[in-house]
Design a protein around this ligand. Structure first.
Ligand SMILES: Cc1cc2nc3c(=O)[nH]c(=O)nc-3n(C[C@H](O)[C@H](O)[C@H](O)COP(=O)(O)O)c2cc1C
Length: 200
C-alpha cells in the first residue's frame, strides 16, 4: 500500500472484531509517532498503550461520544469494541520548561496522530481519533499525573465496518444507510484549492 492509497482509503473505524491487538503492533504505531515532525523538535508527546482486558472497558467508559452519538446507558454494545487504545499526552511541564507555544504543541500532536493512524492501517488495524473524552475519568482510570495534558485518544482494532467516502454535495453531514454503512462526505478538491492568490 503506498502512502496516497493509504490516505485515500483510510476511514475512521468505530466497529471492531473483538480480538486482541499485539503489543508490538501498537508499539510500532508509537514509533511512527515518535518520528513525526515537531515544532523546534520539541517532542512533547508521550503515549499510553492500553491493552489490558480489565482496563479496556474502563477506557471505553471514558469515551463520551462515538461519531457524535452519546454514550448509551450502560455503556457501548459488547462484541464490537476496540481491542486497544493509545492515549496521547502532552508533557505540559516540559512544554513550560522549553517555552514551547501551545498552538505548536497541538499541531505536533495532530501530526503524530496521523503517523500512528497510517502505520496502524498498514498493519491491518482500523482506528478512530477521539477528543470526545471524559478526561477526568480517563486520568483517574490510567493514573495519569497532573503534569500531563490528555490530548487525544486513538481507538484501535481489526475493522468490522467499511465506511465509504463520497463527494460532498452541499452538506458534509455524515450519514448511515439502510445497510448500516457509514458515508463520509468530503469537500471537493476544487472547492478548497486556491492558486497563487484570491482574485481581487
Ligand atoms: C481531532 C479529532 C477529534 C475527533 N474526535 C472524535 C470523537 O471524539 N469521536 C468520534 O467518533 N470521532 C472523532 N473523530 C473522527 C472524526 O469524526 C472523523 O475523522 C471524521 O468524521 C471524518 O471521517 P474519516 O476519518 O473517516 O475521514 C475525531 C477526529 C479528529 C481529527
Amino acid at each position: 500500500m503506498d502512502i496516497y492509497e493509504a490516505i485515500t482509503t483510510r476511514r475512521s473505524i468505530r466497529e471492531f472484531k473483538e480480538v486482541p491487538v499485539a503489543y508490538e503492533v501498537l508499539e510500532k504505531c508509537i514509533d511512527a509517532a515518535r518520528l513525526a515532525p515537531t515544532a523546534m523538535n520539541c517532542q512533547l508527546c508521550e503515549y499510553i498503550i492500553v491493552d489490558d482486558e480489565k482496563l479496556l472497558p474502563q477506557v471505553l467508559d471514558a469515551i463520551n461520544t462515538l461519531s457524535g452519538v452519546p454514550r448509551p446507558e450502560g455503556g457501548w454494545s459488547p462484541g464490537r469494541r476496540p481491542g486497544a487504545y493509545i492515549v496521547a499526552l502532552i508533557n505540559a511541564e516540559l512544554e513550560a520548561e522549553i517555552g514551547a507555544g501551545r498552538t505548536n504543541t497541538h499541531y505536533d500532536g495532530g501530526m503524530a496522530m496521523e503517523n500512528m493512524v497510517l502505520v496502524a492501517l498498514e498493519q491491518g488495524l482500523g482506528s478512530c481519533v477521539m477528543t470526545g473524552i471524559d478526561r477526568g475519568k480517563l486520568r483517574q482510570v490510567l493514573n495519569i499525573a497532573d503534569k500531563y495534558e490528555i490530548a487525544m485518544l486513538l481507538a484501535l482494532g481489526y475493522p468490522d465496518e467499511n465506511p465509504v467516502v463520497e463527494v460532498a454535495t452541499g452538506s458534509i453531514k455524515r450519514w448511515v444507510d439502510k445497510k448500516g454503512v457509514r458515508h463520509i462526505p468530503k469537500r471537493k478538491l476544487k472547492d478548497i484549492v486556491h492558486r497563487n492568490k484570491f482574485p481581487v
